[in-house]
Design a binder for this molecule. Structure first.
Ligand SMILES: NC(=O)c1ccc[n+]([C@@H]2O[C@H](COP(=O)([O-])OP(=O)(O)OC[C@H]3O[C@@H](n4cnc5c(N)ncnc54)[C@H](O)[C@@H]3O)[C@@H](O)[C@H]2O)c1
Length: 446
């Protein structure tokens, strides 16, 4: 079904009647929920992934993405009713679909330059199966201008001309753990096409998916910038919170109390400080700008430096606590609680726990880690599997992510060799902890 340029009502009707076939490239934490939602709203979906195990599992109706409420059941249902299939044949999926959505990962290389190799190779495969009237959407987060300057020329390798097919950027604005809710209507979808017809077509498609509607922006580059800027805002604001938290520590005041009080005035939106910024979004996106534009990016670069520096600051608090306890960091045993970048998720990319483990080891500490979702896989990050059940040989504990489980620990029961606790995430109540005999330091709390 050729949908590029059809009227909004026609597209919505075709979507509902299962007459549009979508191919979703990348069946990961974001792609699989999107594919399942499209099937749920009436579309036929071909999920496309290079990972054969992922494809096999989906075709058996088994969901490999954990921690997304509702997803397992949706995948099982739509594989059974035939609305959802999966393949690793990227070109055939392009030939067999009307709308192609690219939701593969975008990384940084070892020098922190954006690595768009996966996006480019997927676009090349799509170009081999692209037909007149098809519509292509990029949802992966991209450095501004990627859709118009890299994806479009690659799609034109198909031999088709500009205007024969549509292309828009409609960024994924989702958080792990609430993907279905976010995709279906936590906030409006941003859509920006390479031309007006593309913007209108994309808007009609997402009206069929998102109950909060769409925001049409001027072009694909603006849509790319919207998504990247959301992340930059948070990185810069967290850097400000982190710098102010260190200042509050010097002033002997509680940063969280100070920030929350300042934020009662509607123009103040101070974020919360912590032991670092993790995940594959906020610490990554600043480089999508700093490494691709000619204009000065001093604030963005400095914010990254400040946030990356929080790992060293956290370790300095461990050293301070151990010193007060009459011990040194060399040859101490330190237990890290939480390797994931935030509580209750399995995501470890760019997690602050990783540099914290490295710095502690470089200073001669033996590091143990306990993460409720990783188990023995903490070894992949250079730590020995640990637990807060048996801590008699432990000299200091560092909380690096805010798992619910850590909020209910009975600290009075823990008999460490040296009772030092550093809280990088405002998980515990400082007064309660000190009452149980701990030497305590927390980031953002007095
Ligand atoms: N996870 C989040 O919270 C989140 C939030 C907003 C935006 N995003 C963006 O969404 C995009 C995807 O992220 P994700 O978290 O779903 O990634 P992910 O790592 O969970 O999944 C990516 C999937 O793509 C597949 N893949 C890799 N190369 C491929 C190729 N050449 N062809 C087909 N499939 C291929 C992988 O096998 C994997 O299944 C990224 O650009 C990310 O920036 C993610």
């Amino acid at each position: 079904m050729k949908i590029f340029g059809l009227k909004e009502e026609e597209i919505l009707k075709l979507f509902e009647r299962s007459e549009i076939t979508f191919a979703v490239y990348g069946l990961g934490k974001m792609g699989l929920p999107l594919a399942a939602v499209i099937a749920d709203k009436g579309g036929k979906v071909i999920g496309v992934d290079i990972n054969k195990k992922v494809v096999e599992s989906i075709n058996r109706g088994i969901c490999h993405v954990r921690g997304e409420p509702g997803l397992e059941e949706m995948v099982a249902r739509h594989v059974k009713d035939g609305r959802m299939t999966a393949t690793n044949d990227l070109v055939k999926a392009a030939e067999d679909s009307d709308v192609k959505i690219i939701l593969v990962p975008t990384f940084l290389d070892s020098m922190n330059n954006p690595d768009l190799s996966i996006i480019k190779s997927v676009s090349r495969s799509i170009s081999r199966g692209l037909k007149h009237g098809d519509f292509v959407i990029t949802e992966s987060t991209l450095p501004p201008r990627t859709t118009s300057d890299i994806i479009l020329p690659t799609l034109l390798e198909s031999g088709l001309s500009r205007g024969d097919f549509g292309l828009a950027h409609c960024p994924e604005r989702t958080m792990s753990g609430r993907a279905i809710q976010d995709i279906t209507g936590a906030y409006p979808k941003i859509v920006g096409g390479i031309d007006e017809k593309s913007t209108k077509t994309a808007a009609a498609i997402y009206l069929g998916i998102n109950s909060k509607g769409v925001i049409k922006v001027s072009d694909a580059t603006t849509a790319e910038a919207v998504k990247v800027f959301e992340g930059l805002y948070r990185d810069v604001n967290i850097a400000l919170a982190n710098e102010l938290a260190v200042i509050c520590h010097e002033l002997g005041i509680d940063a969280v109390e100070t920030f929350n009080t300042a934020n009662t005035q509607p123009y103040s939106h101070l974020h919360m400080p912590g032991c670092g910024v993790g995940g594959h979004c906020i610490p990554v996106y600043p480089y999508f700008i700093t490494r691709t534009v000619k204009s000065p990016t001093r604030l963005l670069s400095l914010s990254r430096q400040i946030n990356d520096g929080m790992a060293g600051y956290t370790v300095s608090l461990v050293e301070k606590g151990l010193k007060e306890a009459g011990a040194g960091i060399a040859n101490s045993n330190v237990l890290i609680l939480g390797v994931a970048y935030r509580g209750d998720v399995e995501e470890t990319r760019c997690s602050p726990a990783i540099p914290i483990i490295d710095i502690l080891k470089r200073k001669g500490a033996k590091v143990f880690a306990y993460d409720p979702m990783l188990g023995d896989r903490v070894e992949d990050f250079g730590a020995n599997p640990g637990s807060f059940e048996d801590v008699s040989d432990i000299d200091a504990i560092v909380i690096t992510s805010d798992f619910k489980e850590f909020k209910t620990i009975d600290w009075g029961r823990l008999n460490l060799r040296h009772k030092v606790l550093v809280d990088g995430r405002q998980v515990v109540d400082p007064e309660d902890i000190r009452r149980t005999g701990f030497i305590f330091y927390g980031i953002g709390v007095k």
